[in-house]
Design a binder for this molecule. Sequence first.
Ligand code: UDX
Length: 436
Amino acid sequence: MRMSVIGCGYLGAVHAAAMASIGHDVIGIDVDEAKVAMLQRGDAPFFEPQLGELLRQGIDAGRLRFTSRMADAGGADVHFLAVGTPQVQGGHAADLRYVDAAVDALLPHLRPGDVLAGKSTVPVGTAAAIARRIDPTGATVVWNPEFLREGWAVHDTLTPDRIVVGVPDTTDGAAAVETIRASYSSAIDAGTPFLVTDLATAELVKGAANAFLATKISFINAMAEIADAAGADVTLLADALGHDTRIGRRYLGSGIGFGGGCLPKDIRAFAARAEELGRGESVVFLREVDAINLRRRDRAVQLVIDALDGRVFGRRIAVLGAAFKPFSDDIRDSPALDVAVRLRGLGADVIVTDPAAIDNAAAVHPQLGYARDRDDALRDADAVVVVTEWDEYRRDLSPAHAGGLVRNRIIIDGRNCLDAAAWRAAGWNYRGMGRR
Ligand code: UDX
């Protein structure tokens, strides 16, 4: 099929490359000329495993190209809308300016029978509003939310857990289902569940999924607060809970909490939209989810202060991690970087290291010290804080090796990802978050 993908960020660039890899003819469109040039060269503009390879294969096969000209979308059978929906300045709602601008620019190029498939995370009701705008063109709007995780984006796009498509209850809607089914035929043939819903339900699925995941993380972090007070261990608690198949162990990872470009802003936008619909009370708990999450950062900073007996000013602190999670260079709303910035604000001499995110972090927070080499960051540290659970810290860093580099054997495990017993046995003052 011929496809356009409008917006080539984390979602769109991966979607375009993945669709080309399964044989479709794809044009990726973005207003950012520099990004287009990189993509056209086959270079991933951000850290995402397998993306570069997939881009180069698609471009070499002649099935994938990138442009900033919206007119080039003309002639595609399906247009995937994958632009960002950030949080509005000064509020909690989603900012739809990029969605609106993309639809405006695409409008003159839509033909009868075209399908406009929204993938961006939007407040419920957005698809219906877009459908009204494009109605005169004879094209059909469907909503096809994306559930990809950064770092696993190629995997999640090619082998998703499920494919959801919301369509209008019309003949054109039924035809559009077939267009979407054909777009994903390889995954559907391999057994991926394909769920057809109305537009509003498809929009809600995405917000609800992210709200649930965020709630699960904040639930275990609330238990970490209780565990701290009671002298229990939240990681053992999570293991024990996780064996109950109704609960499951995934997303019960406790520590400094969730961040990134999706969960924090998506739960806020979800609650803001619920308020507009007169159902704010239904999601009041999301405010608590957010508040618990943000308290984790305070807690991590407090653990460092306590471990240094209140004397943080001028002390050298090695911060292991800057990205909001491993396998990503994304620092948007990163709890890791937030902890580093707060420690710097207390006058600490903070040295941040990260395998992928240093350039992004340094561009936004030049006041922090950075070391590309993990051991350089550790050298002479008065305390070490692990804030992103990269394998380089979680698995590959031995307590004995680290002990030979630092000034004080103090380690705060902000992700509860280290073997506490092994670190203590090597003479470290180990402190986890909600761990004895
Ligand atoms: C998330 C959703 O998983 C994805 O389905 C959606 O499409 C976009 O938002 P992503 O932002 O890539 O994806 O990150 P995810 O892997 O879900 O992690 C989000 C945050 O939660 C990270 O900061 C991570 O460190 C944190 N997290 C995750 C925990 O603190 N504990 C966990 O157990 C899991």
